[in-house]
Design a protein around this ligand. Structure first.
Ligand SMILES: O=C(O)Cc1cc(O)ccc1O
Ligand SMILES: [Fe+2]
Length: 440
């Protein structure tokens, strides 16, 4: 890993320009496709929306590179035993199960495993061929991708490291992403992940469209995740002739192609279709300051909207450290049945609704209309507590992928991983009847 801090460009959805400082003048001026690009580079457009998408949604970037991406040998399908549990699109492989699910922390393998080989699909819905749906994956790995990159033809990845920092080299430049930060690498962007030890985290993949900032409505012009805190890499290239593997997920299946050079040969680029990272500690948290528990949509960092107003393919929601000050209120999350699916993970600390059992690196899934809420201990403690202003602990960070789709759990998620906690339902069993009707 290179020493020192990387440089980034700040903003969300901006039109950026970037040039590797080792090669000034690489970015053409005044046009995208000169007859001859500066320094003998090739021009290549990467389109993230239809050419004709409305201007406010239109996303594309121009890359100026040593060779165009098309210089590679044919893709071949990766043998099933090397990627059996990643990228399932067969959501019918396992019968549905409406129960509350809780996973113990997913194991980090002992054998050398890189980021792509360490991906496992837990749940999802929809179909990348129809460009509609999502998948939730976890990764657990301990080795850097060696002369190997990956791109997802099926959709965008929102990556949530839980343990171990990721050094993510992309065609647009490099990003360091630590636990409590996230990054988004969008459809088609090539990237390679280096790690410095055992590493684990979560991936939200959306097939429909790109993540955007939620509207703020009456909150006003500022707040939640502020646009300037999103960081995009600056151009960085290597001119390396080497036996290189380009891996891709295409229509839910893994393929690999060989080429004789590094794909990170982009010397300059411009555009608004870019990868980015975000530090969750920068989230401007809003909370109820009088009474009652506000819905967790106030903690939405990013959303991938569906065509139904206010209804997401997937929201990325966090539960950050904050003051809890509500008076005469049961402060933890309420008991709940939801028309949305709620997949949760824990990055740090503990989650306010659960005293035990939900651990960093583990997960829960509360499916559509499946009841859930605080465990018995949490209910008891918070019904009796003397209510004072209280900090919901520093050093805690849970998150939720919330989706309007009904998620199928894969065979890996329900069986093979052997992390499903059969005792989860018991955390509510001791909730007792407290009803005291008025005496007749
Ligand atoms: O189920 C959960 O723990 C997530 C959640 C949190 C919250 O504060 C309110 C509703 C909700 O679904
Ligand atoms: Fe909920």
């Amino acid at each position: 890993m290179p020493a020192g801090e990387l440089e980034y460009l700040s903003g969300f959805g901006n039109e950026f320009t970037s040039e590797d400082p080792r090669c000034p003048g690489a970015l053409p001026v005044g046009q995208n496709s000169p007859q001859k690009c500066p320094h003998g580079l090739y021009a290549e457009q990467l389109s993230g929306t239809a050419f004709t998408a409305p201007r406010k949604e239109n996303r594309r970037s121009w890359l100026y590179r040593i060779r165009p991406s098309v210089v590679h040998d044919p893709f071949e399908r990766v043998e099933a035993d090397r990627c059996e549990h990643f990228s399932a699109v067969n959501w019918n492989e396992h019968p549905p199960n409406p129960n509350q699910m809780r996973w113990r922390p997913f194991d980090i393998p002992a054998a050398p495993t890189d980021w792509v080989d360490g991906l496992r699909t837990v749940c999802g819905a929809g179909d990348p061929r129809a460009r509609h749906g999502l998948a939730v994956h976890v990764y657990a790995c301990n080795a850097s991708m060696q002369d190997k990159c990956f791109y997802n033809a099926d959709g965008d990845f929102l990556i949530v490291p839980q343990q171990g920092s990721l050094h993510v080299v992309t065609e647009f430049g490099r990003m360091d992403v630590a636990p409590n930060e996230i990054c988004v690498v969008q459809q088609g962007m090539r990237f390679s992940v280096a790690v410095s030890g055992p590493s684990r985290g979560y991936v939200l993949e959306v097939f429909d469209g790109h993540f955007q900032l939620p509207d703020l409505g009456p909150i006003g012009a500022n707040g939640l995740a502020n646009p300037r805190d999103f960081l995009t890499p600056t151009a960085w290239y290597e001119d390396r002739s080497v036996d290189y593997t380009v891996a891709t997920k295409y229509q839910g299946h893994l393929f690999e192609a060989k080429q004789g050079h590094s794909p990170f040969d982009v010397v300059a680029w411009h555009g608004n279709y870019v990868p980015f990272k975000y530090d969750l500690a920068k989230f401007m948290v809003i909370n109820a300051v009088a009474f009652d528990h506000a819905d967790p949509s106030i903690f939405t960092v990013l959303t991938c909207p569906s065509h139904r107003a206010g209804t997401a393919i997937a929201d990325f929601v966090i539960f950050p450290p904050r003051w809890s000050v509500q008076e005469h209120t049961f402060r933890p999350p309420y008991y709940h049945r939801n028309c949305m699916s709620e997949f949760m993970g824990l990055i740090l600390g503990r989650y306010e609704a659960k005293e035990e059992g939900f651990l960093p690196g583990g997960a829960t899934l509360h499916s559509i209309m499946t009841p859930h809420g605080p465990d018995a201990q949490c209910f008891q403690a918070n019904t009796e507590a003397q209510l004072r202003p209280e900090k919901i602990a520093d050093g805690t960070q849970a998150f939720m992928f919330e989706s309007s789709l009904s998620l199928a759990v894969t065979k890996w998620g329900e069986k093979t991983c052997q992390k499903l906690d059969d005792n989860y339902f018991k955390c509510w069993k001791s909730l007792k009847k407290n009803f005291t009707p008025p005496k007749p």
